[in-house]
Design a protein around this ligand. Structure first.
Ligand code: AMP
Length: 387
């Protein structure tokens, strides 16, 4: 694997330097706020004129991910680069990495963008995922169903997010009809978003079929790893989804200490195995037998880690900045239990209610229009000491 140069731990990127952030959404905004708090400048690269991160960054480039001149100019104006979401063309990130270090590496980005590569990489590290099979046509779908059984979940290999590009298949379903719907819908998913173009040849697979995991809980672990190979994990949290979008995160996840340690160990194995420099969320299922099955990786700050801003010694955003700048990782100690609620669409109208609650910390992202399904902000409820 062609690894990018790593920062020399002896010479960290000092405050007053400029951190480049690809993507201008709320994660980029909260990264830029954390960077500013530590004395860094930020430069956002985004195709969107009204990106939420722009308001809090020193510089912005508004340009397409296809514009090689803009990518080069951006890369040359910053001291290190990270990204705030996965669905960026890897070719653009690889272009940037020719001029400046990008963390996490473009290889990790490519792996996390493709469900087949991702699951293969996780399994190679000895970590369990749902059983899966690649699917590119209806014959392969029939063969995959024979192998994995039904119910099963059919997913686009790339570009899935918030439940889009995903279909639950049941024993009585008309598979021919579903395949037609699915291939039509996939076209829409990839037309609406920038299709992935991976630097190394990605497998020519359009879907994967996953065996259905009868989980009792969804959890995630956020892990950071520095250039020396030191890792720090936050405690596992429980994630509750509504309409496929994260609704609430419960901190800590209501699981045994032994299971929590196992989940953190899995996250560390993956971070080390992929040679992560930066921060990564590992989404997992907990089964009724207390098995842990990894579902997805997100090599960036994650919605299920927003609570760390208000309830941890070091937030996931500051931790990202520390890891990519070659600074020592901060303590992930939890200061108190917490619950994070996303404010989605019209939920934002309740903002005054949260301001009146003494244990609630309100975060709004400065988005103008409250469309259904759009993440407008979040609230972290802090448990009273000892609760
Ligand atoms: P994903 O896009 O892979 O994060 O999946 C979105 C959601 O669909 C997950 O958070 C689960 O609730 C559900 N899901 C995904 N894959 C499976 C699976 N193999 N078995 C059961 N539920 C799943």
């Amino acid at each position: 694997m062609n690894l990018p140069p790593i920062p020399n731990p002896q010479s960290p990127i000092p405050p007053s330097s400029t951190i480049g952030i690809i993507g201008g959404g709320q994660l980029g905004r909260m990264l830029a706020i954390a960077a500013a708090q530590m004395g860094y400048h930020t430069h956002i690269f985004t195709p969107e004129v009204d990106a939420p991160a722009r308001e809090v960054a020193k510089h912005t480039t508004v340009a397409s991910y296809d514009s090689r001149d803009d990518l080069k100019r951006f890369a040359r104006s910053v001291d290190v680069v990270t990204y705030e979401f996965e669905n960026i063309p890897v070719a653009a990130v690889a272009d940037i990495a020719r001029h400046v270090n990008v963390f996490p590496s473009p290889e990790i980005l490519a792996t996390s963008q493709h469900r087949l590569l991702e699951k293969q990489a996780i399994n190679t590290l000895g970590v369990a995922t749902a059983p899966f099979a690649p699917v590119s046509n209806q014959e392969e779908l029939n063969a995959a169903i024979k192998k994995l059984g039904l119910p099963a979940v059919l997913k686009t290999a790339t570009m899935g997010y918030d439940g889009k590009g995903q279909w639950m298949l049941q024993p009585r379903d008309n598979l021919e009809k579903i395949w037609l719907e699915v291939t039509g819908d996939r076209k829409q998913v990839t037309e609406n978003k920038h299709e992935t173009s991976v630097t190394r040849n990605p497998p020519p697979v359009t879907f994967i079929l996953e065996g259905f995991v009868d989980f009792r809980m969804e959890i995630s672990v956020i892990v950071a790893r520095d250039a020396r190979g030191a890792t720090e994990c936050y405690c596992p949290v429980q994630n509750i989804h509504k309409d496929h979008i994260l609704s609430e995160t419960i901190v800590p996840a209501p699981i045994s200490d032994a299971l929590a340690q196992k989940a953190q160990a899995i996250a560390e194995v993956i971070a080390s195995g992929l040679n992560l420099v930066g921060l990564m969320a590992v989404e997992m299922f907990v089964t009724n037998n207390d098995e842990i099955i990894v579902n997805e990786l997100a090599p960036r700050p994650h919605n299920s880690g927003h609570w760390t801003i208000d309830a941890c010694v070091t937030s996931q955003f500051e931790q990202t900045i520390r890891a990519i700048c070659g600074l020592p990782l901060g303590s992930t100690e939890k200061l108190c239990d917490a619950k994070m609620r996303n404010l989605i669409g019209d939920d934002i109208n309740d903002w005054q209610k949260y301001l009146a609650m003494p244990n609630a910390r309100l975060h709004l992202y400065g988005k103008k229009e409250a469309r259904p399904g759009r993440k407008m902000g979040h609230v972290t409820f802090l448990a009273s000491a000892g609760a």
